[in-house]
Design a protein around this ligand. Structure first.
Ligand code: PHE
Length: 452
């Protein structure tokens, strides 16, 4: 284990962790969920859910990962020898790969849209109908989305092949600052659009009447997905964090970056949605349908500006999706390398291929396989529901129960406080959150998935 790689600096830890957190979940999911459940009022619930449930799970995963310095399965095997916990660890090797298979399809859409932007398709040269029909035609066709999915997965594999320092760290350190700069530029552009104010208002006006139990469950689910919890990515990344890094600080910094990015993204996307006159609840296609429409319209007056902005926007989505996707693949790669003696190269290629294959079925489920249903859902929707509503919360529950009830309190204390040198006062609070509050929060997600 002595040659296990480490992130090279504090900034690298944050860039990688925040890179995993900031992704498609922030850019397309958050604005839409936010609008659906009462705008500003929802933000309050979301912040509370992040602080009291999501962050403790983040810490639980960090403690297991850094303590064991292993993959999710190996970590449980090492910290609870001879018990069945390792099988729970194995579950969280499988779930990120399932997420990656459909995430890569959406990542592929951003590749296609970037090409489209680069070839001036959204710069005033297309008719409104062309821009509007592009999305449904594109996703329901057979080959084009498959090619994009393949390109995206190849990029993910390419970065992960480079390893922790030369691959994941190097890419995240460039991509993360770039993402923040680009999203602010896009925000400035979006709020200057005529008709955009309605979008700002939509996000700012708190509508407490829509804050139902359902909204609380949605806030928790969003916090889970957005912070990449319950699928072992935080655990695996934490296993590459040096012993003298402060786990509490990196958790807060990751959560704050994720939240700030999500809010900026909401304010960048929603005004454009309103300016385009599109329904805010249009789901996964929202950003892909709305923004090209806006870019194209603006392009009729200011072609260069809209050209640059549209490229920036799709680079943002692509980079955000990549930094998240690499963290999903790394969980499985760490497992094969640590447990099965694989070389990083063969582990990466094998897993990228398997997830790519499942992704092919997801991609086709928008077109030729759209009639094939599992429990009434297309394959893509089925996997998304299975992961977000079940596997993520289940994984989160495993991690909190493990740290709160299985590990010795002294060991958890030792890891969280760097052997007593920091975070000593906050530890008792965090421990209660991990032991009681977070599992109850997760139970709420489960019950609401069952009954709502
Ligand atoms: N957090 C990522 C996003 O917001 C998604 C993700 C989920 C990444 C689970 C890793 C693991 O898009």
């Amino acid at each position: 284990m002595s040659q296990r790689e480490h992130f090279g600096s504090r900034f690298a830890v944050i860039a990688a962790m925040a890179g995993s957190a900031v992704g498609l979940g922030n850019i397309w999911r958050f604005p839409y969920v936010l609008g659906e459940y009462g705008g500003a009022a929802f933000i309050l619930v979301y912040v509370a859910a992040s602080l009291f449930v999501a962050l403790p799970i983040f810490y639980a995963e960090s403690v297991i990962g850094r303590r064991s310095r292993l993959d999710t399965y190996g970590a449980m095997r090492k910290l609870a020898p001879g018990s069945a916990w390792k099988w729970a660890g194995l579950l969280t090797v499988v779930s990120p790969l399932l997420i990656l298979s459909y995430y890569s399809v959406v990542g592929g859409w951003s590749v296609e849209y970037l090409f489209k932007s680069l070839s001036y398709s959204f710069t005033g040269n297309s008719t409104e109908a062309e821009v509007q029909n592009f999305f449904p035609q594109f996703i329901s066709s057979t080959w084009q989305p498959l090619v994009s999915h393949t390109i995206f997965m190849a990029m993910v594999a390419g970065i992960v092949l480079g390893g922790i320092k030369k691959g994941i760290e190097r890419f995240s350190k460039v991509a993360m600052p770039l993402l923040f700069v680009l999203i602010i530029v896009i925000l400035a552009y979006a709020i200057s659009l005529p008709g955009s104010f309605a979008g700002v208002e939509y996000l700012l006006k708190p509508d407490f009447s829509r804050l139902s139990a359902d909204a609380v469950a949605a806030a928790l689910g969003q916090a889970f997905f957005s912070l990449s919890l319950g699928v072992g990515t935080v655990l695996t990344y934490a296993s590459y964090v040096k012993k003298d890094e402060n786990l509490m600080v990196s958790g807060v910094e990751t959560a704050v970056s994720d939240l700030v990015f999500a809010i900026i993204a909401a304010f960048a996307v929603m005004p454009a949605v309103f300016a385009a006159g599109i329904a805010p609840g249009s789901g996964p296609g929202l950003v892909f349908q709305t923004l090209p429409f806006i870019f194209n319209k603006m392009g009729q007056g200011m072609p260069l500006l809209s050209y640059l902005i549209s490229i920036s926007f799709f680079v943002t989505i692509l980079a955000a999706a990549l930094t998240s996707a690499i963290s999903m693949l790394e969980v499985g790669v760490a497992f094969l390398v640590d447990e099965k003696g694989f070389k990083r190269r063969s582990a990466t290629l094998l897993l990228a291929f398997c997830t790519w294959l499942i992704g092919v079925v997801c991609s086709l489920s928008f077109g030729p396989l759209s009639e094939v249903k599992l429990l009434g859902l297309t394959f893509f929707d089925f996997l998304d529901k299975l992961c977000s509503n079940w596997l993520l919360p289940l994984g989160g529950l495993v991690f909190t129960l493990f740290v709160g009830w299985r590990m010795k309190k002294a060991d958890v204390h030792d890891e969280f406080t760097n052997a007593g040198s920091c975070n000593r006062r906050t530890f008792p609070i965090i421990y209660i959150l991990i032991r009681y509050v977070a599992p109850i929060g997760i139970a709420i997600i489960f019950l609401s998935s069952l009954f709502l």
